[in-house]
Design a protein around this ligand. Sequence first.
Ligand SMILES: [Zn+2]
Ligand SMILES: [Zn+2]
Length: 179
Amino acid sequence: MEIYLADLHSEVGKVFHFEEDFIPHCEDISFIEPVHVKLKLVNLGKEVLIKGSLKTKIKLVCSRCLREFPYELEAKIQEIYLWDIPIQRNISPGEIIELKDEDFKFVLEKESLFLDPLVEDIIRLNIPVKPLCRPDCKGLCPGCGQDLNLGECECSKKIQVDPRWEPLMKFMDKKEGNR
Ligand SMILES: [Zn+2]
Ligand SMILES: [Zn+2]
């Protein structure tokens, strides 16, 4: 998805609104719904402020039960791009250069902005490290591998109390009973 910025570039202070659905080309993210991007672009003179949000639905694998589930992803977007400023400098090997703020910003080399990499980065940053199909997912039994969301397995019934703990367990039961 490309946004044409010639009109925005023509005047400092100009504001441009953009709203579109599209699917970025990234093979390792499976989209169930296209990404809905809503942006406001402001020409600040030297820079372009890009502010807005995105929303989509992707397929993730639950880190506990290993099942696929649909995940609704929403994120804010706020970036500043520099207009047309070449970062080419003649740096000799070994030379230490001081980095300015501008070196950490994106640069717009032409009067359009290719949105896919930005959108892709934001989506990746907002995918949970340990996705859960639901907050209370019970996961798989470490003994037999059964999905415990579907019911208890035989393993849990086989857990026996170490005989050495029995007096303590009885004591605990009594205490519970006294409450
Ligand atoms: Zn799960
Ligand atoms: Zn089990």
